[in-house]
Design a protein around this ligand. Structure first.
Ligand SMILES: *Cc1c(COP(=O)(O)O)cnc(C)c1O
Length: 498
């Protein structure tokens, strides 16, 4: 069928090398390149096309120098960007080459939906989630979209279980559904949520103001169980409990062990609440084992008790943008929320145990085969490959944290009264810190990024600026990369007076 298989393979390899070739020595383009790239942008739609050759040359020579090296350089520590493994990069190009639309399950016509379902079940296996239990599974554009899916499912569930005639928001809309269920509102109870949770709440009609944090005073990322129960009990209010695993500023997990998750599960069962875990990057912690990573694995314990989980593909799974995933234990809820109605032409003939058509369990109708890079990278490196990849990243994060703890110029956040060993043991892939000197701290992020060797992102902690390393690239090699970081931090601390 495809007599161009060979050409596709060669082209794909060549393009993938762009992703996986030599590590660039600077993480940001120079201002000169940015300006040149900006000025080269073609202003108006040309009447006669410029031709493919010319445009590709334009993209490569004028525009590409204006891109940052966010996924190609392991020294890009801003946000949790992730990189792309060679297997994933290659497969991503094949996704484009074969251009499959994963919309309807058509087993006699394409294997695309089966491949996708297999990729998702392999992913469940990697994350120690039994695929038989997690039957609503789908790929999304990223963790934000997965959070939208999760809250939409939660909203459907908390209303439908309160109504004997099982009213569906998907069917009658949120206003009437709340009314019929005798509810005034739905609240989202969480600790230090990712900003996308508020966005998801806004999108699905709960509103950003429905997000309420129920963290402990001294450890805001942990649940105040008493407060949680008190809010769950309110009459006329249904709840979705969102667990931040892990929290994006510090990488700390909201829960620490199975017992705590069991307690939350029990409360949610009593009060008819849905548990959604935002495990965008934290969920990968489930591949770890052993004493060194105990605090992380405890933070990941009991996720199997949740109703739904968000994960990101383009972060620690290290597949190219745009890829997130979502799993839930409620396949029936998926259909009530995402059913694509009155489209006889899209109906697949499928039995109840068959793979559901992706359009009926997720946001999009037509979309690309996001599963292919995931399938490729999981099978190429396996469980061990992924564990080692993550361990390398944690080792580097802990070396950076260790340096900061010993440094007279910097302090590790959140401040802790525990031993150095304890502080290091709770580091996952994020290192939050600040400069002790106020003047340096005010410009810390800019100064580090101005070196061009290392890129970090800024945030605020306790009302003051703070700085954040997010290690998330498969290429990380602490022996090679730590000296670059140390040198950069030392330089920035002493270059104060310049
Ligand atoms: C990154 C992140 C998100 C949003 O993910 P996108 O892939 O950018 O949509 C949501 N939650 C957490 C905890 C994250 O770290």
């Amino acid at each position: 069928m495809f007599d161009d298989q060979d050409a596709i393979a060669k082209l794909s390899t060549a393009i993938a090398q762009l992703h996986t070739g030599p590590i660039p020595d600077t993480v940001l383009p120079s201002q000169k390149y940015l300006t040149q790239a900006r000025e080269s942008l073609i202003q108006h739609l040309p009447d006669a096309g410029l031709g493919v050759q010319k445009v590709i040359q334009h993209l490569r020579e004028d525009i590409a120098p204006g891109f940052n090296a966010s996924s190609r350089s392991p020294n890009y520590y801003g946000f949790v960007t992730g990189g792309s493994t060679p297997a994933a990069s290659l497969a991503d190009n094949l996704t484009t080459a074969y251009d499959q639309n994963v919309q309807i399950h058509l087993p006699k016509e394409t294997i695309a939906t089966e491949l996708e379902d297999r990729a998702l079940s392999l992913l469940c296996e990697l994350l120690m989630l039994d695929p038989a239990q997690w039957q609503h599974r789908t790929f999304t554009t990223g963790a934000t979209a997965s959070n939208v899916v999760g809250l939409a499912c939660g909203r459907e569930y908390v209303i439908s279980i309160r109504n004997t005639s099982s009213v569906s928001v998907g069917e009658v809309g949120i206003y009437e559904a709340l009314h019929r269920a005798g509810l005034d509102k739905i609240q989202l109870l969480t600790t230090v949520p990712h900003s996308s949770l508020g966005k998801a709440a806004a999108l699905i009609g709960l509103g950003r103001a429905s997000v309420k944090t129920v963290g402990l005073r001294e450890q805001p990322y942990k649940f105040d169980m008493e407060l949680l129960e008190k809010l769950l009990q309110q009459p006329g209010v249904a709840s979705i409990v969102a667990i931040s695993a892990a929290e994006v500023n510090t990488g700390l997990f909201a829960t620490s062990g199975l017992a705590e998750m069991q307690k939350i599960r029990k409360l949610c069962d009593i009060y008819g609440a849905w548990i959604h875990v935002d495990g965008a990057f934290g969920i990968l912690g489930r591949v770890l084992a052993g004493k060194t990573y105990e605090i992380i694995t405890q933070g990941c314990e009991g996720m199997e008790l949740a109703d739904s989980i968000t994960g990101d593909g383009h972060k620690l799974l290290n597949v190219p943008y745009d890829c997130g995933f979502f799993v839930s234990r409620h396949r029936d809820i998926a259909q009530s929320v995402f059913w694509n109605p009155n489209a006889a032409y899209l109906n697949a003939t499928a039995g109840s145990d068959a793979i559901p058509s992706p359009l009926n369990i997720g946001i999009e109708n037509s979309r690309r085969l996001r599963a292919l890079p995931v399938y490729a990278t999981l099978t190429a490196y396996g469980r061990t490959g992924y564990r080692e990849m993550l361990e390398r990243q944690i080792v580097l994060a802990r070396m950076i944290a260790d340096f900061i703890l010993d440094s007279p110029s910097y302090e590790l956040l959140p401040q802790s009264s525990g031993s150095k060993e304890e502080s290091l043991a709770s580091i996952y892939i994020i290192v939050l810190f600040r400069a002790k000197d106020e003047e340096v701290n005010a410009e810390l992020v800019q100064r580090i990024n101005a070196t061009g060797k290392v890129y970090v992102s800024g945030t605020s902690w306790d009302g003051r600026p703070a700085c954040r390393f997010a290690v998330s690239n498969w290429q990380v090699d602490a022996t090679r990369d730590f000296p670059v970081v140390r040198h950069c931090l030392e330089y920035v601390a002493i270059s104060k007076k310049e």
